[in-house]
Write a protein that binds this ligand. Structure first.
Ligand code: AGP
Length: 617
């Protein structure tokens, strides 16, 4: 979950590398470093954010020549070796009789301990606790004047996941990069190449890029490139146009990416729906999976796999699939599913849900289901990501890039796409054209409804401020809104560091109700639907034990206002059909978490200990 960027060209590399690191900092931000070749290798690295590295370079560049046109840079999310100056990347090969090699890495070298012993037996001494330094020393040990060959040889010895970029003082015109498991793409410019973990660090320079496949090595010079497998078999990559521009990944007038992404959800869902619904014909158009329509109609079981917010979207998808398509559906934590001996019978479809498309557990669960014979589909946001490329087919969210670590618009996109998928199948199984036309009109109206809900932001901030000192919150919902309660709790936890628990409201009586003390905030998702009366009695249970109610309710519901005390808060959302309510009810909870984090002075876009995509297990 680190960020990698590298540059070879004719421009000074330093400003390009630093700009790239800032764009990738959401991937990991506990330490940063870079190396530039200008006659010799110049390395700067430090614990802390990219701005700490910038300050360091401010000093260092007064006396050192970091103005080369070849360089590599890294922002870290520690796996092996705590965040520190010596564990920060880049790592170099052996000090004594080294070749001036610098290497950066995203991933995990699983057999690094064995390799380290082998290298120590050959006189290597190590300065850090990282697996990455072992790889740098291995490349150095195998170096014989050709960096590409040395990297290929070294990678044939390692097991695990890697995206790497390597430079060598003795070859100031060569950049070598490689990938297996962790994402890496190459931006193709005029007499320059910019390599990065994702396109957000590339779009400022070029919109032409190719993604490296697993076990692929690319040798880049200022005017050409060559791609091979680690066994040196030449391959031709597919260069494609990147799907978004710089403006989409800029903060604009917003203070934080999370707020920007919450506020742009109406537009994001309009893009997600574009060209996919034909209300008159009562048809859903999903070109990406159309070739498997018959398999979907005959499906006997659907298994959703995902982690975190994606898993919560899958839980809403389970209700939608069983409601609209009438197919038995299960939801699994990918991290559990991949190691459980899952039974996959004929007619099973596995659907991986992932914003980044790079979550290691979700990718592995998908591969597990696929190798056991399931049809493997994906609901993914990042085009060309590993999950997308591993599936037989899939549906992209098209909600645009999501930068904020706390996922918001991707959740809505994931729920909207599962609703479209369930309707696509349901229309081919039981649902009439009329029923589907009405449902599609309701789906089409959701972006406008959300336009109204996001306007509650100030009211939600005031309400949240009342409970900002409380360290324990409960989130409660039933039916389709139960996963929304889970999602609300996750959002609050991950960016405000308040402990919160989400659960089905009926579960409270079986234990958690003991937690309720005077003034404890209990957030209820209490919109008008088949479970409304039950939720109301759950509210009274909490009330009678001194809990403070915050409710998300249906516009016009006077009863719940009367039920709540004057100093308690009710946020109203438009009245829509029950199965679709999660797409509205989650928005006030996103805003609550956002305001709680801001009011508690937390770093909203880069919460501690987290990273945007978890590419190691
Ligand atoms: C959600 O806000 C978190 N960033 C995290 O739980 C995330 O949803 C999870 O890691 C899955 O990520 P993915 O959708 O990219 O696979």
């Amino acid at each position: 979950m680190c960020g990698i960027v590298a540059y070879i060209g004719t421009k000074p590399a330093l400003p390009i590398l630093l700009e790239g690191l800032k764009r990738l900092e959401y991937r990991g931000y506990d330490s940063a470093g870079l190396a530039v070749i200008n006659e010799k290798l110049h390395v700067a690295k430090t614990v802390g954010r990219v701005r700490v590295l910038e300050d360091m370079l401010e000093q260092r560049t007064r006396t050192e020549h970091f103005d080369g046109t070849l360089g590599i840079a890294h922002t870290r999310w520690a796996t092996h070796g705590e965040p520190s100056d010596r564990n920060a990347h880049p790592h170099s090969d052996n000090k004594t009789n080294g070749h001036g090699i610098a290497l950066i890495h995203n991933g995990i070298i699983e057999n690094y301990a064995v390799l380290k012993t082998w290298l120590q037996d050959r006189g290597h001494t190590f300065n850090s606790d990282t697996d990455t330094e072992v790889l740098a020393h291995l490349v150095g040990e195998l170096y014989d004047g050709d960096l590409e060959t040395a990297v290929q040889s070294a990678l044939r010895e390692v097991t695990g996941a890697y995206a790497i970029a390597v430079i060598c003082e003795q070859e100031p015109g060569v950049l070598v990069v490689a990938r297996k498991g962790s994402p890496l793409m190459v931006g193709v410019g005029k007499d320059e190449y910019i390599v990065a973990s994702d396109s957000s660090a590339i779009v400022a320079h070029t919109t032409q890029a190719f993604t490296l496949d697993d076990y692929t090595v690319a040798k880049l010079t200022r005017d050409s490139f060559r791609t091979t497998t680690v066994d040196n078999v030449p391959i031709t990559p597919q260069i494609r146009e990147l799907e978004f521009d710089l403006e989409q990944i800029s903060l604009g007038a917003y203070e934080h990416y999370m707020l920007k992404e919450i506020m742009e959800q109406p537009q994001a869902l309009r893009l997600c729906l574009k060209g996919r619904i034909d209300t008159r014909a009562g048809q859903v158009v999903l070109g990406g999976i159309a070739q498997f329509a018959r398999d979907l109609v005959k499906a006997r079981r659907i298994i959703f796999v995902g982690q975190g917010t994606a898993m919560h979207a899958a839980l809403v998808g389970e209700y939608l699939m069983e409601d609209l398509a009438k197919i038995p559906t299960e939801v699994e934590f990918a991290s559990e599913f991949r190691y459980r001996n899952p039974i996959i019978e004929e007619g099973t479809i596995i659907i991986a849900i992932s914003q980044s498309g790079e979550t290691a557990d979700t990718l592995a669960a998908l591969q597990e289901g696929k190798q056991r014979g399931a049809l493997a589909l994906g609901v993914v946001n990042v085009v060309g990501s590993s999950v997308a490329r591993e599936t037989d087919a899939g549906v992209y969210l098209r909600v645009g890039p999501e930068i904020g670590v706390a996922s918001t618009k991707a959740f809505l996109g994931q729920v909207m796409v599962t609703a479209l998928l369930a309707t696509f199948i349901g229309r081919r199984r039981f649902l009439s054209a009329d029923y589907v036309s009405n449902l599609l009109r309701e789906l089409e109206a959701i972006p406008d409804h959300i336009d109204k809900v996001v306007k509650l932001s100030d009211q939600i901030r005031e309400a949240t401020a009342k409970y900002i000192e409380r360290e324990n919150w409960l989130f409660l919902g039933r039916g389709h809104n139960y996963p929304v309660a889970l999602e609300g709790a996750l959002k609050l936890k991950e960016i405000s560091y308040i402990h919160a628990e989400g659960m089905p409201a009926a579960e409270m009586k079986h234990g958690p109700i003991a937690l309720i003390d005077d003034g404890m905030p209990a957030v209820f998702v209490a919109t008008k639907n088949s479970q409304y009366e039950k939720v109301i009695s759950n509210i009274e249970e909490v009330r009678s034990r001194g809990g403070h109610i915050i409710a998300v309710a249906t516009e016009g519901d006077k009863h719940i206002r009367k039920l709540c005390q004057a100093d308690e808060d009710v946020f109203y959302v438009p009245d829509i059909p029950e199965p679709l309510q999660p797409m509205l009810t989650v928005v006030p909870l996103q805003l609550m978490a956002y305001h709680a984090a801001v009011l508690r002075g937390k770093d909203v876009d880069k919460p501690r200990n987290l990273a945007k995509s978890v590419t190691v297990e």
